[in-house]
Design a protein around this ligand. Sequence first.
Ligand code: PEP
Length: 252
Amino acid sequence: MRRKIIAGNWKMNKSVEESAALATDIVAAAKKAGDLQAEIVICPTFLALDRVAQIVKGSPVQLGAQDVHFEAQGAFTGKVSTDMLKAIGVTYVILGHSEQRTFFGETDELVRKKIGKVLAEGLKPIICVGETLVEREAQKTESVVKSQVTAAYAGLTAEQAQTTVIAYEPVWAIGTGLTASDEQAQEVHAFIRGLLTAQYSANVANTIRIQYGGSMKPDNARGLMAQNDVDGGLIGGAALKADSFLAIVTAA
Ligand code: PEP
């Protein structure tokens, strides 16, 4: 049985103080809930990571970063390394988010390099894949997702693959209020699991968690996560308030 994973992607939102306040509320609720069935991850901005790290320490809430560079150190203005993230207690790193791909030119090749570095350093990548509306309407969902997944897992061993999480995020659903239906999500998640089965084995594929992302909210989370191959959510807008984020955690 795969443990569901709910990750909040705070994107470029919240000051350090606001991030600390939100993290404090989430940690308090997680502690109160006791034995949580779902894994919880929060991903603040780089600026707020250290402060939030101190708040989540010793709690069931884990810390994620929104990106990382693939080199260890050096002249890479504006970038942050895996060592820096590890030193403050980060465990997950979101990679290949559609906003990185669309606005900052992140290619499959770059995503692959980052995944390699993250895994080599003992961090866990949350690998985002998904089609645009134009691609869906042109019946290209499967081919787009296949090429992104194939590129991301090229050369990864089964053991490495098992420490990854995939986030299927239809680009047309991110931040738009549109959500994939339960059936649309399940269809693509099952397709992704099929790709992993073909590359590794059913046993391996069955241990890899595939989150859904794209306007997941308290009122649609339960239906989406009731699908066989939907193992949690990567949450943007609804992760910016403790009550809506926690309602999704409860749904999981
Ligand atoms: C995201 O950006 O990963 C995301 C899923 O955003 P939202 O929930 O706001 O659609």
